[in-house]
Design a protein around this ligand. Sequence first.
Ligand SMILES: [Zn+2]
Length: 268
Amino acid sequence: MLLKKVIAGIAVAYGRRRVAGLYPKGVVEALILRTWPVHEADQIVSFFTRDLGKLKGIAKSAAKSRRRFGGALEPMTHVLASYAEKPRQELVRLDACEIVASPLLDPVDYARAAALAFMAEVLEETLQDRDPQDAVFRLALAVLEQTRMGRIWLPVTYFSLWMVRLMGWMPEIGRCTDCGRLFAGGPAYFESQRDGLVCAEHRHPAARAISPESLVLAARIFRDPIAALAAEEWPRNRAADLRRFAVQNLERHLEKRLRSAQALRGMG
Ligand SMILES: [Zn+2]
């Protein structure tokens, strides 16, 4: 249904273009989030621009035109996007994308592909259209740079915790939401149905624990740039409790399951 409406909207946009004449044009720095095929060779592209926030555009003949889009529409590709738009039109026209950095230039295995898909899905689901989020953009670039084959768990953990925080959904991590007592070297507990961390005394029987080591890591993640943590070993079981906590928080606020998070969970 929705897709039909979108396609109809595109048809209208293209019909009017010749009549209405000029669109304001621009070039924006962006990260590609997702594409959907429409018509024969056209694609709708969701892309997160640094200056304008998330936009959706129609890339005409994207499947055919290697000159304008070759390889640039893969999720999490950092691009300079040339676009044109008309006031009050939801979809912009995406004319070309020049690759600044492509995640595909580095080797990709299943785990790295899953990490990239996770980042793209979280951005796609959390960001509102046309709502600039410069801090999120900078986070995404910093984390992408660290997402290498065999080294995905730090970037995924860092990214998920910071996304929760930048969306304003991160509870205080140092003390119990119920009694205010500091965790002070003890574990914290969280549940899927509520925000906040609680102490052992106020935990629900179904609550899961975050270890004292992971709480210390969370504090470091919020204090230090990702590069400062990258020299350490990050096997997949390190801070798995923090990742679960962050993903559960994202899913609760988005009111949906993140498919890519399940793929990551399947790996540990
Ligand atoms: Zn308490």
